[in-house]
Ligand binder design. Structure first.
Ligand code: SF4
Length: 172
């Protein structure tokens, strides 16, 4: 049987999909812009939960860009690395707090699937920037993506749109 992306929630209603808010056009990106993606924005609004973990974690927009020091979001959840902004401020607690709040919102709404912005230290699904590994993105997850995945939520990259969008549209 083909894998279902959009499962029913406990009440038998269609489950909500958590989406990185910047992909829907919200100006919550660190520089005050967004990552609007029309194929994602056209999904029905009543099944979308827009979330920006960095704003949830108390960071302002615009804000300084930030990245991991020596490992990714999965390692951060185990206390093995931190996130720093470009002024050298430790913003790990903001990233963790945002991830915990995003997970709580997802769980309250019965979310099974999240569509997230690649390479973000919060939302990256398969690649992020890690200072000790140079200036190019490397394999790894953002903090929120890692926490959602750890709690059984399927995380999909905005850069794999062609793979999963037809499956989501089929299940709507
Ligand atoms: S934290 Fe996620 S939702 Fe917020 S701007 Fe960054 S990528 Fe977009």
């Amino acid at each position: 049987m083909p894998e279902l992306f959009l499962l029913l929630d406990k009440q038998g209603d269609r489950a909500v999909i958590l989406v990185s808010a910047c992909l829907l056009g919200n100006n919550c990106k660190y520089n005050g812009g967004n990552n609007y993606t029309k194929e994602i924005a056209k999904l029905e609004r009543d099944i979308i939960l827009p979330v920006c973990p960095e704003e949830l974690g108390g960071l302002l927009t615009p804000r300084l860009p930030a990245q991991f020091d020596r490992a990714d979001g999965e390692a951060l959840l185990d206390g093995r690395c931190k996130v720093w902004d470009t002024n050298g401020n430790d913003v790990t607690h903001n990233f963790l707090s945002g991830a915990v709040k995003a997970l709580a919102m997802a769980q309250r709404r019965g979310v099974h699937t999240a569509i997230l912005k690649e390479r973000s230290p919060s939302c990256g699904v398969s690649s992020v920037y890690i200072t000790e590994r140079g200036t190019a993105p490397v394999v790894g997850m953002g903090v929120t993506a890692a926490l959602l995945k750890k709690n059984g939520i399927k995380v999909l990259s905005d850069e794999k749109l062609q793979q999963w969008l037809p499956l989501i549209e089929r299940d709507l």
